[in-house]
Ligand binder design. Sequence first.
Ligand SMILES: Cc1ncc(C[n+]2csc(CCOP(=O)(O)OP(=O)(O)O)c2C)c(N)n1
Ligand SMILES: [Mg+2]
Length: 347
Amino acid sequence: MTTKAVERPSAQLSQETLLDMFWMMLLARRTDERAWVLHRQGKIAFHASGIGHEGAQVGAAFAINRGVDYVYPYYRDLALSISLGVTPLDYLMSTFGKKGEYSSGGKQMPCHYSVKASNIVSGSSVVATQVPQAAGTAFAIKYRQETGLVDRADVTQPRLALTCLGEGSTSQGEWHEGMNWAGVHQLPFICLVQNNLYAISVPVDQQMAVPNVADRAAAYGMKGVMVDGNDMLAVYDVMKAAVERAYNGDGPTLVEAKTYRTVPHSSDDDDRSYRSREEVEEWKLKDPITRFQQYLTDEGILTPDALDDYQQRAKAQVDAATQAAEAAPWPDIEELYTGVYAPLEEA
Ligand SMILES: Cc1ncc(C[n+]2csc(CCOP(=O)(O)OP(=O)(O)O)c2C)c(N)n1
Ligand SMILES: [Mg+2]
């Protein structure tokens, strides 16, 4: 009996797309590093970093239909958001809180990604609240499909809702409620849990009594898969399968990407108080960007000259974005309440 080898979806990716994925990872990393520097210079107030998570996020972004599917990210999703159209300038403008900044005109906390054109739906700081919202959107997609309602005339293909969060946030009631709803109604919904082993200082074994977040999928009647989150193409492959399942009406998926943040939780955290330097150094050796860069080099897709060019372009773009964001004006005082409260009814 012969077994037909199943080709990984990533094997279909063109060299151009692979290089585009690499570029998104690199651009996100350089932007992220710059935000840390600006914070330490006292120029910005806050940054929540995605360093170490780029493999999980870029793999996920490229598997969905960007700009058509709905995305409910969390604060660590810089590389995901950059892959969906947020630019380094957009992000740095938000860290400075400058006038016209993309998410709120300078009012929202940085890292609360929100871009209408990219279908990135604005989130809350309260962890896991995005999960029932994404499940609700997935319900609306299914309902509209079944009842023939059209929300966007140019979109005729199936759509889905993707949401992300950390493993610690799966202890929240909202996670269970959203997952249950998605399972009961077999919605076009994907929950990507980026398991980096810590919720600020709390290790994962203090968060749940089972070894894997994906083990919980069965309780919601949905498929659960685990993947090495630092292997970008492996994430793309499992995400692509989840996307097909959603589009085909075969229900939701819980994807658990095992990863690590090699930097503190946020600019306000000191991770030396809860984890050893040896552990952090060990994980740095598994860096998702270095790993993908090695793959592209081994395959002859990325030459040393091209790599040099990518590095220089990323630096130049982030330098220009930094200068422009610093030079940009602050919001006008009159804008203080716009977009915060509904306009008062005239008496
Ligand atoms: C309901 C709620 N509780 C606590 C917090 C404070 N808080 C912000 S991020 C975070 C840790 C979340 O950890 P995890 O879900 O593992 O995501 P990670 O930051 O590790 O990516 C906590 C406790 C919050 N924002 N919302
Ligand atoms: Mg975590």
